[in-house]
Structures are given as C-alpha cells and as structure tokens.
Design a protein around this ligand. Structure first.
Ligand code: ADP
Length: 439
C-alpha cells in the first residue's frame, strides 16, 4: 500500500514538474513578446528624441550668423531677433512639434517659459544631470507619461552652457502597451491553464501505464515473497524439530515429513508457475503448434478427472461438438485444461456437476468448462485473471491455491490469439469460456 502511495506521489510530482516547466516557458515567452512589442511601440518616439538631439547638437556647431543665413530660418529672423538671439529658442523650431524642449541652466533650473501645457507642472518635471544621452520615462502629475532625453549643449561666445531636456508625451503609446500587456498576460494565463491540462493528460497517457505496471510489479514481488515465506517457515520449523530428535524413527515423524514434503511441492509448483509467467512476460512462451482434434484430445485429458470426480461424488459430463482439427500447442492446452479442471474439482462439492462443452461459433472454437460449484463474486469475475488474486485466501490455502493458475490460463489462451472469460453459471457455479481461432 505504501509503495502504491509512493508511486502515485512520484506520478503527481512528475505532473507538477511538467507544469512548472511549461509555465516557465510560457512566462519567459510572454515576457519576451511583451518587451519586443513595447520596444517596437516606443521605437518611433525614441528615434524622434535621438533625431531631435542630433539636430540641436548640429545646430550648435553652426555659428549664429550661419544659422541666420540659412534659408530655413530666414523667415524666422524676426522672431529670433525678438527672442534676444537666444540660440535655444531656435532649437524649438527645428524639432518636431511633438517634442517639448526644456532648457535648463547648469543648476538644472528651467529657463525657458514656452513649455505649453507643461508650464503648469514645471516642478514635476524631474531632471537628473547625471543621466545624459539616455532615454528614460517619466510621469507627470502621476498620470501623464513622457519619454525623454537629456544632454549638455555647450555654449559659445554669446551663450553659456545649458542642459536641454527633450520630452515627448506617450499617452497613446502607453495605452497601447497596456492593452498589449493585458492581451499577453491573458495569453500566458491561458497557456498556463492549458499546460496544466496538457501535462496532466500527457502524463496520464505516458506515465499512467508505467506507474500502474510499477505498482503491479511491486505487488507481484510482495506476493511472491509472501508465498515463498510461508512454506519456507514451515519447512525450516519442521526440520529443526526433526533435528532435535535425531534418534526418532521416521514412522513417528512421518506427519512432519509429509508436511515438509507438501510445502516443498507447493514451492516447486510456485516456481514453475512463476517461470511460465515470466516467460510469457518476455514473449518467450514459444508455442509448438500441431494439428489436434480437440474433442478427442479433451476426452483424453478429462479421463483421470472422471475418476477423481466419481470418488468425490461429482459428475463430469462431456458435450463435445467440435469435430474439426485445430492448430494448437497441445502441451499448453493440456496445462490450460488442467488448471480449469483442477479448479472445477476444487471449488465444487459432492453432487455438483462439471460440464465440458465444445462447439463452433463465430468461426471460433469454443471450449466451455462449466460447474455448479461455489461460484465467484462479481468483483472476483473482474479480477480472477490477475496474478495472485484469490477469492478467499484462508480457504484457498487449504485447497493449495496460490492464485496463479488462471493468470497462466490467460497467458496460454492469449498466446494462441484466443480469449478466456469467466461468468456466472445459473443457478450457481462458474462458466469459463475459451475462444480459439480455428486456424
Ligand atoms: P488458485 O491456485 O488459487 O486456484 P487460480 O488462479 O486458479 O488460483 O484461481 C484464482 C481464484 O479464482 C481461486 O482462488 C478461486 O477463488 C477462484 N476460482 C477459480 N476457479 C473457480 C471455480 N471453478 N469456481 C469458483 N471459484 C473459482
């Protein structure tokens, strides 16, 4: 039971591990897409800021006279003259109207007053002298997002050094980024939920059979050790008892000797049966097929059982209607019939009837072993072919059962590409129906 829990725990650990890996992939992927989208959205704004910085710095390299002489600014000479030939005011005219140009003295104080709507929030426009030539974000009044860049504009004979801060409002871009963030978050969330489902389904598909096998194997080993332990303990105890009286006569100790002999037989049977099953598991159950008249063959197998049944006041009836030869491994089918007949004898009482029937149905050779014995429970019918399954353990130890007989029967029939199933006999007892291919 503990092992089962451990295997189950491992199964769930594996699922959780899978989910975590999937989630990490989705989150990393989501973040990557988000940053890519964000960069693309801000790319134009950032280019505009860099371009404006470049234009202003280029302008600074020209002498005022040259500037005034250029065709571009000739029309604005009046304005420029009015603005005391302040070169910083000229900058405003060469940059995109979206760009707010903030001019600061070397102490960082704003010295221009044409900041449009931003004039109301001058104290809110953060400025860091150390942070030059790099794009940054800033929010004014906690709700207006801007992207900006600062740089130093060196003065000339008529101008002092100044800091220029360029700002662009990115309300629209921010909304777009937020919308993308929501979409990507939703996609990541959906991906995570799907990954939970997918890892559960995939793990169940791939791991469940493995874990089930592992559980079965653990149970199998437990059962085998249990079955080995009991006879070994009995044999050891009895042998020790015999050794304590070395001078005793065999006749006096015959009961103990018979008991050890029986347990040894039991062990030998167990080992033989385990060998058959392990051969079947590794597909090494080689069939030596030959053409056999199944009715005649069954008559032969059943003969000794008729006597046993008679001795126990039971009746064996044959109803054989399969007249054609069939390709089978005769020794394996013999083994199969022995298992079914042994059980039929074991689980019936005096006056009960055991019937062996053969007939052709659906192009298959049907063999039925029917008894009016104690029968099998509904749960038992489902599990009867499992290894070590026994209806009533206490009773079965008395009858010498280990619970491997029907598993071997199943293995033999399957190797012949046939099927075997157990059902209730009416009004009581059990029917085992074997269907074998006809060729
Ligand atoms: P065992 O060696 O214990 O008989 P089997 O695999 O042959 O092992 O059978 C498994 C169990 O199925 C038995 O322990 C018994 O409880 C039940 N069983 C098998 N055949 C019959 C039958 N003909 N009638 C009633 N119970 C049966």
């Amino acid at each position: 039971m503990e092992e089962k829990e451990q295997v189950r725990l491992k199964f769930f650990k594996h699922i959780i591990y899978n989910i975590c890996v999937f989630m990490i992939i989705f989150i990393v992927f989501g973040l990557f897409v988000f940053f890519m989208v964000q960069d693309t959205i801000y790319e134009n704004v950032d280019n505009e800021l860099y371009e404006s910085e470049r234009k202003i710095l280029e302008l600074e390299n020209l002498s005022v006279n040259t500037i005034l002489g250029t065709k571009e600014f000739r029309n604005q000479i009046e304005d420029i003259l009015q603005s005391n030939l302040n070169v910083y005011y000229i900058t405003k005219r060469i940059v995109n109207p979206n760009v707010v140009v903030v001019v600061r003295d070397l102490d960082g104080e704003i010295i221009n007053d044409d900041l449009g709507r931003l004039s109301e929030y001058t104290s809110e426009i953060n400025f860091d002298k150390e942070n030059l030539d790099k794009i940054y974000e800033l929010t004014i009044e906690n709700e207006f997002p801007y992207r900006g860049i600062n740089f130093l504009l060196e003065g000339n004979d008529s101008q002092e050094d100044r800091y220029i801060q360029l700002l662009i409002n990115v309300d629209g871009e921010k909304d777009l980024v937020n919308a993308y963030f929501r979409i990507i978050s939703l996609a990541v969330l959906l991906g995570c939920i799907l990954s939970i489902l997918a890892s559960y389904i995939l793990s169940k598909k791939t791991l469940k059979p493995l874990t089930d096998n592992l559980i079965k194997q653990t149970e199998f080993v437990q059962n085998v050790s249990h079955e080995l332990r009991t006879p070994l303990t009995i044999i050891q105890a009895k042998q020790e008892l015999l050794l304590q009286e070395p001078n005793a006569k065999i006749i006096d100790k015959s009961e103990d000797i018979v008991l050890t002999l029986n347990e040894t037989k039991r062990l030998s049977k167990l080992v033989k049966e385990l060998l058959i099953l392990s051969r079947a598991d590794s597909n090494k159950l080689n069939l030596q097929k030959e053409s056999v008249n199944i009715d005649d063959y069954l008559k032969e197998i059943i003969l000794p059982y008729k006597e046993i049944a008679q001795m126990q006041e039971k009746e064996i009836v044959l109803d054989l209607n399969y007249k054609v030869d069939i390709n089978i491994d005769a020794s394996k089918i013999y083994q199969l019939m022995i298992i079914l007949l042994d059980n039929a004898i074991k689980y019936t009482e005096a006056k009960d009837k055991i019937e062996i029937k053969t007939y052709l149905k659906d192009n298959r050779c049907n063999i039925e072993v029917k008894d009016t014995g104690i029968g099998i429970s509904d749960e038992g019918l489902k599990r009867i072919f499992e290894r070590f399954y026994r209806e009533d353990r206490a009773r079965n130890r008395e009858t010498g059962g280990i619970g491997l007989g029907l598993s071997i029967a199943n293995v033999i029939v399957t190797a012949h590409n046939g099927t075997i199933k157990a059902s209730h006999n009416e009004p009581k007892g059990t029917i085992f129906t074997i269907k074998l291919p006809t060729n």
